[in-house]
Design a binder for this molecule. Structure first.
Ligand code: GCB
Length: 594
């Protein structure tokens, strides 16, 4: 699947705006065929957006079940003879789509795109009714998992991840036209011919549909539009002389145009922007273009006031401006794949990305106190089981299929803080690492380890190319005692360092109420957050194997309500409206100095 694009042979029409919307509170929508008529009792709803924080009543905000969206769409009259596709960038967590009365696609997974060929259901120049039934219920067979529990006030959705279960159509919806004989996929792998990295290499493979007798041509242009390489054939290897390598803060991109042609006639054209770089693990170092690199930055969230998980270019730009201001060179898409626009931006800005699946909360042990639920076994036939594993494998493949060509993406994280200290964990994860490596043999694969499975107890890290750790010394353990925190953390990190793999601290931090000042510093104060980070940095600087530090979190974010959270998670370096806490200045001093 290729993302819709406007090219010499393709066109797209954006379907964002205000749609009709209705919660299916009685669960009757499918039976009553709500897709087959204008949606009754509809209210207006923004697309894209999470619906949850646009409303004022609790029942709607916390609703789980079927959520219906509908609008009419006119097919551009010039699209006669084209293949017409409806493409949804994100429907959280699953959706079914109808064109008129015809069901055209269903898709599982809330943060990755899907599409349907609707050519036979629509007529250029005419309107059709587009209905999307989004479902946001989490179960033990969804990624992320959840469960519905009966309570005295009725059924409640429970889950084990620490961010609010925002739902809806979170990213753009497109109608697009491609030629019937068309390109279906392009894969690029880049490198250099020589150690001096003067000549770049782009290896490409293409997939086409109904294009047996057509030629494939690939043209590479530099950032000024000058042609620098050209090749023919469905796959090949191109050399780019005097290459401008992609690097940190230097997101130099080449435009790779793939052309399907019938003699002199252009049949299809698709563009992929790529940077030419290598990224590899060498012992305990991460090498970008052969040079050691130290990751500094954040685990983030797609999370904003009012719009929830909506992708919004203005809010994205503010985030990247702050990342640049603070000297960050990397981010993790904690805890799900972000909008592709974010990766495009990271490509162009020269920011490194650890790209994560939505596999978060596969850990019933974490329930104790924090997320409020105990009493389940994580891996069992009734809970996270083979079906969950199959869904998880699909999401790994879909993530890699979507993001494989982004130079910014350097590491795959296949899960965040799963239970990883048991035999069940070992059995569950072993094949998933194979799935990731088969889908992309070029990038390191890892998962993010939780404090409950420290060095010596964890049984999954053996499969990973590198060690990624979330640790809360000085917060969830050794609370308020940074001396003990430092000692304990050093001991654990040194043990991990002894395993010979690079170590990235993918989370560390402390909840902090902006404006709360205390001397001596106490937990929750701005001073304590600074002291805690200072302590961590001192330890990181002493251990060579630590090649990355990503503070938790970039900004404060929404969570479920509970006694552990005050208006959401407050571990941000920035507030939820993207203003710096004191710690942001500390990070800026450290990261702009390096
Ligand atoms: C973690 C999780 C993250 C939480 C964080 C916290 O380890 O990975 O999702 O938000 O801790 O603040 O508790």
């Amino acid at each position: 699947m290729l993302r819709p694009q406007d090219t010499a042979t393709r066109e797209r029409k954006n379907l964002d705006g205000v749609w009709d919307f209705r919660l299916d509170t009685d669960g009757t929508g499918h039976k009553e065929r709500w897709f087959s008529a204008p949606l009754a009792q509809a209210r207006p709803m923004a697309v894209p957006a999470s619906f949850n924080d646009l409303v004022t009543d609790q029942a709607t905000r916390d609703f789980f079940g079927d959520i219906w969206y509908q609008r009419t769409v006119r097919v551009p009259r010039g699209w006669e003879g084209e293949r017409i596709v409806v493409h949804l960038e994100s429907a959280t967590h699953r959706a079914t789509v109808w064109v008129g009365d015809a069901e055209v696609v269903s898709h599982e997974g809330g943060y990755l795109p899907f599409e349907a060929d609707i050519t036979e259901h629509v007529t250029p120049g005419e309107e059709f009714r587009l209905t999307v039934c989004v479902n946001n219920t989490l179960s033990f067979q969804s990624i992320p998992p959840g469960v519905i529990e009966e309570t005295v006030s009725g059924p409640k959705q429970r889950y084990w991840h620490d961010f609010f279960n925002y739902a809806g159509l979170h990213r753009s919806v497109w109608l697009s036209a491609t030629p019937t004989r068309h390109l279906e996929d392009v894969t690029l792998v880049t490198g250099f011919t020589d150690d001096a990295r003067t000549t770049g290499v782009i290896e490409y493979t293409t997939e086409t549909v109904d294009a047996g007798d057509l030629g494939v041509e690939v043209v590479v242009r530099d950032a000024d539009g000058a042609e620098v390489a050209r090749g023919t054939g469905a796959s090949g290897r191109l050399e780019v002389p005097n290459v401008h390598a992609w690097g940190l803060g230097d997101g130099y991109l080449y435009d790779v145009e793939v052309r399907l042609h019938d003699g002199d006639d252009l049949v299809d054209s698709y563009h992929v922007k790529t940077g030419i770089r290598t990224f590899e693990i060498d012992g305990q170092r991460l090498l970008l273009n052969g040079e050691p690199v130290h990751l500094q930055g954040f685990g983030m969230h797609e999370d904003h006031v009012t719009v929830g998980k909506k992708h919004d270019p203005a809010l994205m730009i503010r985030d990247f401006e702050l990342l640049e201001w603070i000297g960050a060179n990397s981010l993790r898409t904690s805890h799900y794949p972000y909008s592709e626009d974010v990766l495009d931006y990271a490509d162009a800005a020269g920011v490194l990305v650890i790209d994560e699946t939505p596999a978060v909360g596969l850990n019933m042990g974490l329930g104790g106190g924090i997320f409020g639920s105990q009493g389940y076994t994580t891996y069992s036939p009734e809970t996270v089981n083979e079906e969950t594993q199959r869904v998880h494998a699909d999401v790994i493949r879909d993530l890699i299929a979507r993001d494989k060509n982004h130079p910014s993406v350097v590491i795959w994280s296949i899960a965040n803080e799963p239970e990883s200290e048991t035999q069940g964990a070992e059995d569950y994860f072993r094949p998933l690492f194979d799935v990731a490596r088969e889908a992309d043999p070029t990038r390191p694969v890892g998962f993010v380890n939780v404090m409950l499975a420290p060095h010596g107890k964890d049984r999954v890290m053996q499969f990973a190319d590198l060690v990624m750790l979330n640790r809360y010394y000085g917060w969830y353990v050794d609370t308020g005692d940074l001396v003990a925190a430092e000692k304990n953390m050093r001991t654990e990190l040194e043990a991990w360092a002894g395993d010979g793999k690079p170590v990235i601290m993918t989370e560390y931090g402390a909840d902090t109420m902006p404006g709360l000042h205390q001397l001596p510093a106490e937990p929750w104060s701005e001073e304590y957050q600074r002291e805690l980070l200072d302590m961590h940095h001192r330890v990181f600087d002493d251990i060579d194997a630590i090649v990355g530090e990503q503070m938790w979190n970039f900004a404060d974010f929404a969570t479920t309500s509970g006694i552990m959270r005050v208006g959401g998670n407050k571990k941000g370096a920035f507030t939820r409206d993207r203003q710096p806490k004191a710690v942001a200045h500390l990070l800026r001093e450290r990261w702009t100095r390096r």
